[in-house]
Design a protein around this ligand. Structure first.
Ligand code: MRU
Length: 328
């Protein structure tokens, strides 16, 4: 996998051959982004299956359950992680033998890999219909090829609109504390020669108030059955400000990001280490001893969401009715 912690300074790769290495890569954000960690975790389980020396199926399943438990503990908010793990564990339960289980697991994760790119391309085309020639899109974090198996969700919409010949500009907030906007989204857009402007997170309200944004399009880590959108910290303030200035707000996400089993008050928002806040790229910027809070995600309520862009089409309010209808 691409080591996302060192981009854009270095484009280097990390090889994982054990589920433990995959769990570390997810926890340390070598790989990050909801769809990417879902498929990475599934591949971690495929590694567990392939490496196993178990001679009987129940033994193999027990070993895979232990790896699944380790992978589940890496990051709590993106539902894709649990979706990926559950899908592989369900598959292995249908196997007739150890050999059959190993083959089925590998086939399943390869299917997931292909489906993710396919879903992104489809939702990209759905979202591109909303984009007018000359539009400026405000995004958040990185919801591009790096955050998925390929193509991207929010950036997939941008890519699809550009492919249709539309002129699209993207405003990229840096996305403190981990700087996925500055480091990763800007990297993808510059590489693809898509027009973009990097801003500090604190400039978001100003840009919206000047009328410089036509649409806000973001990714999502989990969309609950009651229509709440969990995404990178800073998304909620974009939604509030977009609403204040009459700018439509669209989350773009595949089916694997929808959590039809939970409502918003049942979701854990990941709290990451203080070092991400008191330092920037390893350099201390705050005094020793200052208390720090570092929530990695926030929650945007359905009343601030215009529509949701998915591979099954647009989802419109009221979301508590439309999400179960279109996504179950
Ligand atoms: O902490 P991260 O970098 O994993 O957070 C990623 C995001 O919040 C993305 O917007 C989300 O996963 C959607 S990616 C297609």
């Amino acid at each position: 996998m691409i080591d996302q912690t060192v981009l854009p300074i270095r484009l280097s790769y990390v090889s994982c051959t054990t589920p433990e290495q995959v769990a570390t890569a997810i926890r340390t954000m070598i790989v990050r982004g909801a769809p990417a960690i879902g498929v990475a975790a599934a591949m971690g389980l495929a590694l567990a299956a392939r490496r196993s020396k178990a001679s009987r199926l129940p033994e193999l399943i027990r070993e895979m359950e232990a790896s699944a438990a380790l992978l589940r503990r890496t990051r709590p908010t993106a539902v894709n992680l649990f979706w990926g793990i559950d899908r592989v564990m369900k598959k292995v339960e249908t196997a007739a033998s150890v050999r059959d289980a190993k083959d089925k697991v590998v086939e399943e994760v390869q299917a997931m890999e292909e489906e993710d790119v396919e879903a992104n391309k489809k939702l990209g085309r759905v979202g591109a219909d909303l984009i007018r020639d000359g539009d400026t899109i405000l995004t958040q974090c990185n919801a591009g090829a790096l955050a998925t198996v390929g193509y991207g969700t929010a950036l997939g919409v941008v890519r699809a609109a550009v492919a249709e010949g539309k002129l699209v500009k993207v405003i990229v907030p840096e996305t403190r504390p981990a700087l996925q906007g500055a480091r990763l989204t800007a990297f993808e857009l510059v590489r693809d020669r898509i027009s973009c402007t990097l801003i500090s997170d604190t400039a978001v309200g100003h840009m919206l108030s000047l009328g410089r944004v036509d649409k806000v399009i973001v990714g999502a880590d989990r969309i609950t059955k009651d229509g709440y959108v969990f995404n990178k910290i800073g998304t909620y303030q974009e939604a509030v400000l977009a609403n204040r200035h009459g700018v439509p707000f669209y989350p773009a996400a595949p089916r694997s990001t929808f959590d039809l089993a939970r409502s918003h008050n049942q979701v854990i928002i990941e709290e990451r280490g203080a070092g991400e806040v008191f330092q920037i790229r390893g350099k201390r910027i705050a005094p020793k001893g200052v208390p720090i809070a570092n929530p990695a995600f926030d929650m945007t309520p359905p009343e601030l969401v215009t529509s949701m862009i998915t591979e099954r089409g647009l989802i419109h309010p009221p979301f508590e009715e439309s999400i179960p209808r279109l996504m179950s």
